[in-house]
Ligand binder design. Sequence first.
Ligand code: GTR
Length: 385
Amino acid sequence: PFLLTSKMALSQVNYDESKVPPLHLPSIFISEKGKVINSKEEWESIRKPEIFRLFESEVYGQIPKDLDQVSFEVIERLDHEFNSIAKLEEVDIKIQLGDRSHSMRLNLLLPKETDGPFPIILLINHRDPEEDESLAEEGYWPVAELIERGFATASFHAGTVAPDDTIRYMNGILNNLYPEQKEQSDGLKALGAWGWGAMRAMDYFEQHQAIDSKKSILVGHSRSGKAALWASANDPRWAITYSNESGCGGAALSKRKFGETVEIINTRFTHWFAENFRKYNSAEESLPLDQHMLPALIAPRAVYYASAKADQWADPKGEYLGLQIGSEVFSQIYEKESPFKTTWEELNGPVSSNTLGYHIREGEHNLTWEDWEIFLAFAKKSLGI
Ligand code: GTR
């Protein structure tokens, strides 16, 4: 899908299961000092903060939490395509920190029929609807269907916090609010910035009378799915996190080196991950963590993954295994039963409990109505609606 440099010849991209190295994953339950973690208290006070810090320093970089003030300027618009069923709020969220400030745009649609409060679905969007007119048809953000099912739904464009560009990514919150992060090897990068954007959207939902922010769902596809997972690990306000085909650096285990690898992603997308992540280019064995630990950081809140069969670049098996192994924190620490009883090879149709779920569908890399439909059945069950 892109030009590989001579150092990373195409032949190095592995799609052969028999060539996947034996998996030696760092244990979720053994602390850095070698203590075996048995209880919720030990998990939350010892191991969970250790793992969080590892992801922050070695993979994604920090998401700064400091800000002085968040304010909202809302324009209610009537001239939009969903006017017969939904109210549209265009929200400019303004964040101030000392004498610095940044504004980001959020679009929120609320069902018109009743007053709510409505459960809320936020989509982090890195695709441009103006350049990509097929978006609505495919179901990437199926506003009408979500509204008809009684959800409020919102979306912000990734570029409103950090442009998705190797050079221009700083022209957002990095330059405007957190310039000191640019000098740090574990400093904020684009994926973290998009996660930060989701937090500011949540700030708006929390004070909105027509929104039930306790019934909140954060959704991201692919690169935005990576951001959604990291956002939710940083922000306990999300009830459900749905990562669609987020692959390398998201749902999939890096140490399998199947499809996209750490080196490839760090070389093509130098603006996504912390600088420290580059230490693991072609050296996944030395990673002190892997992506099975990311859903563990979100536990006991609900986590859902989806894959597509033709999306081998994102390593569907590595995505399933990551969630399956990570689900041990849900079952062993929080007594939430894991639905992932079957091996990958025996998997046959969507599997879910109230807290965890997974599906794989036919077809290519995309977020489609089919994905939403299967996911929404899980979401309703999980939220009890
Ligand atoms: C690809 C990238 C993946 C994934 C995808 C997307 O080019 O290699 O990691 O993020 O883009 O966002 O659609």
